[in-house]
Design a protein around this ligand. Sequence first.
Ligand code: F0G
Length: 454
Amino acid sequence: MKTIIEPFRIKVVEPIRVTTVAERERLLAAANYNLFALQSRDVLIDLLTDSGTSAMSSAQWSALMNGDESYAGSPSYTRFEAAVRDMMPFKHIIPTHQGRAAEAILCSIVAGEGLIVPNNTHFDTTRGNFEGVGIEALDLVIDEGRDPSCQHPFKGNMDLDRLESLLAKHGDRVPLVMTTITNNAGGGQPVSMANIAATKALCERYGKPLFIDSCRFAENSYFIKLREAGFADRSVRDIVREIFSYADGMTMSAKKDAFANIGGWLALNDDDWAEQARTRLIMTEGFPTYGGMSGRDMECVAAGLAEITDEDYLCYRIRSIEYISERLADFGVPVMRPAGGHAVYVDAKAMLPHIPPLQYPGQALLAAVYVAGGIRGVEIGSFMFGRQPDGSEKPAAMELVRLAMPRRGYTQSHADYLVEVFEEVNRNKHAIRGLEISWEPKSLRHFTGKLRPV
Ligand code: F0G
């Protein structure tokens, strides 16, 4: 059969409240044109994030009842640890309440003014955490990864030449190297196995640990199976194991590729760093056998990890994103090519060339899409990244709108509705106006900043 179906049926539903254009115009103005300020009941299709928004399976819901909430020595931790270690055999697995807590603990260990941590592209919380402890967060993705229209199978790859020259020149200032799979801020684009292995080889040559920001490890592994020579006949689980064989540590948000609504972990091999991490964990998250999670959360993560490498699921997952991207491209909406793993990325700079980057074309497009169809997405552009640590403002490398698909949450007709909304917005795009900031906090302004039409 050529139709790829959602490989699940629905047992529980959550009603969606239908709103009108006039209502949404009012709600958007009241939210100061920042979609983070909307109530979720005012959103029809919520594509703000794929994080923590997955529909859990019946196996996960039943695992939840096995949660053991003991402060120390919970068997739920043992099951969680075994599920992680089955694919990511690190010596120390440290549970946190989500990915950014794992990042913050890692940052507390390596903190220091003048240090540099390279990554293919740091996500906002990763960048925020490193910058918060005085570390420069440096993005070294390949040039193809900065061009939304460029076709390349692994646009998340690290630029190995630039990484090598950084390590050669400033190696003493680099406490660790990171790579993000898939490269979320760069369009959900995968990193190839060859690139991960070569990054590890460079790290070894210069005596640096390699950490993987692993949120979407299963999607990345499926892309390797589809696109990289020599992997077509390997199972996704096996590919995952090979990826982590190159790493000295990982940070993870279980809210993505573990199908959980909350959770995460930091894993690493170094005993001394692990001791420091656990001390910090006890101060900020919790005892080492639960960290930031309840026993039932750890059960859900363990059950989710057993499901996430299912290849029928991954086939449907990747295809559903690609389907929307193709349909949008059909009527001329410039989308990130090839389609990413967890989200459709629209190139707002190319779609709205009449809006300068510092009038936030991505945010302006999102506002129009919300009014037209009640769909909420997120800007990954100058509103998110434009403010520099020294207080100046400069345009981001790309002006993207991300429409992130919650895992197993929406169906084909939701996808078709989304396409219809974009068709209408695209027809009227010349009338979309830019935005200016009326208030912003000192950092991470895209979450709480306020805007108004220019
Ligand atoms: N790293 C990457 C690549 C991420 O995408 C995220 C979260 C994190 C780290 C932090 O994990 O949310 O569990 O603390 N990304 C979400 C998103 C929020 O919408 O892309 P967290």
